[in-house]
Design a protein around this ligand. Structure first.
Ligand SMILES: Nc1ncnc2c1ncn2[C@@H]1O[C@H](COP(=O)(O)OP(=O)(O)OP(=O)(O)O)[C@@H](O)[C@H]1O
Ligand SMILES: [Mg+2]
Length: 213
């Protein structure tokens, strides 16, 4: 599904990732763990083309195709959705409006169908007229997931879905992630606590911009 081969990247002149390689198999959940600043978010940004791969030998393959230079706008069309660690919704829009904006590249019928599917996530339909300001942290994370689900992805790059969630809300999020897994959606999930890891097919640990083996 996703093959990351020897990628190096960074910000400006500062190199952050060094020769990172791993794979996410079809329908797999791969967990990316590691301490603050180890480069987890940078891996997701690089896969999503928000940061260029610096090195000639660094390659990213998705469904067998080289997407190293595909460009971010192409990602969603290919079925890849990135849910960032922060700023993953519009503050001034309601849940409903956030979902509509996310789906605005599609026709009315598709939006309708995807909204119905997305509203199966807990609380989103009930609170659809609320802005994120009036939601709990757990509900906001569900909204971020919902915004991604509007694209009917095959692969989700999810940055810290469990951040700041208590046990009950972590369980809600985990249940939703497992439902996506049942639908054969592949996921690369960043989670630095290593606590909620029993559900994953593979666990990768980052240290100073490298995958520890
Ligand atoms: N926009 C940026 N400009 C310069 N350096 C950055 C930028 N974003 C991140 N970095 C640096 O890159 C390194 C890796 O950051 P990254 O955000 O990938 O870490 P992380 O593993 O996701 O950490 P956390 O668990 O805190 O989210 C850090 O040293 C960070 O300071
Ligand atoms: Mg991060």
């Amino acid at each position: 599904m996703l093959e990351v081969k020897n990628i190096s990247t960074g910000y400006g002149k500062k190199q952050v990732l060094f020769d990172v390689s791993f794979e996410v198999g079809d329908g797999e959940i791969v967990l990316l763990t590691g301490g603050n600043g180890s480069g987890k978010s940078t891996v997701l940004k690089c896969i999503y083309e928000l940061l260029p791969v610096w090195n000639e030998e660094g390659k990213i393959f998705y469904k067998g195709k080289d997407i190293t230079k595909a460009g971010t706008p192409d990602m969603v069309k290919k079925g890849i959705v990135y849910i960032p660690q922060r700023n993953n919704y519009f503050e001034s829009l309601t849940i409903e409006e956030n979902l509509l904006v996310s789906g605005s590249v599609y026709g009315k019928a598709i939006v309708q169908e995807r909204m119905e599917e997305t509203y199966k996530l807990p609380r989103l339909k009930e609170y659809r007229k609320r802005t994120p300001f009036n939601l709990s942290g757990g509900e906001r994370q569900l909204l971020a997931l919902g915004i991604g689900m509007m694209h009917n992805p095959d692969l989700i790059l999810f940055d810290e879905p469990f951040a700041g969630l208590d046990e009950a809300n972590s369980k809600v999020m985990l249940d939703e992630i497992l439902k996506l897994k049942e639908k054969k959606i592949s996921m690369l999930i960043v989670e630095h606590k290593e606590t909620i890891n029993s559900f994953s097919n593979k666990k990768l640990k980052m240290y100073l911009g490298k995958i520890k083996v």
